[in-house]
Design a protein around this ligand. Sequence first.
Ligand code: SAM
Ligand code: DTB
Ligand code: SF4
Length: 344
Amino acid sequence: MGSIEMETMLSIRTDWSREEIAELFDLPFTELLFRAATIHRENHPPEQIQLCTLLSIKTGGCPEDCGYCSQSVKAHSGVEATKLMDVQAVLQRAAQAKDAGSQRFCMGAAWRNPKDRDMPAIVEIVKGVSDMGLETCMTLGMLEPHQAEMLAEAGLDYYNHNIDSSPEYYERVISTRDFQCRLDTLGHVRSAGINVCSGGIVGMGETRDDRVGFIHTLATLPEHPESVPVNALVPVKGTVLGDMLADTPMAKIDDIEFVRTVAAARITMPMSMVRLSAGRESMSEATQALCFLAGANSIFTGDKLLTAPNAGDDSDGALLAKLGMTALQGDEPARACKVSEPAE
Ligand code: SAM
Ligand code: DTB
Ligand code: SF4
């Protein structure tokens, strides 16, 4: 290993204190951005953005009560429940995503957890998408260790499971499972050797301290997630949080505070891909550009997320061209970010 590589590995810390992260958030904005941009370009090509495509392979009817989600049975969002998509139909959508230049194909199911009887179809989907040369990511809810093993064996590259917020605020948004359940699934995914994708949502009415706690939880996991999606809440009518935000427009997250959260993720988790995920549709080009400067280097393309609208290929293409940025190229999924010991 070269000395620069060694230096980078040694700069990966999992011992961040909450105070240190709060101090990052408190920095003058330009100083925070400068630090984040510096760390970003030391570890990633700063002009390249990873393009990911999202597909809902099983929509709606979820028994969980996540206050932000249109797919919960508790929401009155008008989203209709569907069965798991047919394998061939998923593969067709993956082929379209590849043609459109996507590097990673992320598939989501509105489940509390997959049932064992669902696993053979899921395994077939992972193998099929992988064979097309796309990176695969699944988000299916909580996993048992044996299910994580099955996904690993099928060749799944990433598993997405968000911690969503600080441990304290999490309990106010979701009552049907606890924060530790999320961490347990992340542990099973990691033990099975699958890359971890974990992040959360900003703008749910949480405080600055909750955003600090959110980044702190991710940055102090035994290994940083290889992908960190930072979503801005998409306020969906008929969900608890969507309706709350409609009644109190002042609760909407401030753009600068959103960028600060992205910068804190970049500084504390230097090697991770930081994804500017949901919420781009209602974000100005200038705010998105600030997020890229602050270290976001991945987006979802296409005109739909799971159920909510997304910015769309045309406007993304135009934005990247305007900023002189290009799609990240690369055939190999990122490897797990190991925390290395100082050289003897
Ligand atoms: N059911 C699985 C689970 O919750 O783990 C997977 C699908 S779930 C929709 C994936 C993630 O999407 C959630 O953890 C949340 O972070 C994000 N999400 C859902 N609804 C959102 C919204 N309205 N705005 C922003 N992010 C949202
Ligand atoms: C993630 O963090 N964001 C994506 C993905 N992981 C699965 C989901 C965003 C969902 C936005 C709301 C919707 O489309 O319903
Ligand atoms: Fe279900 Fe996932 Fe939506 Fe929660 S976020 S209600 S677990 S689909």
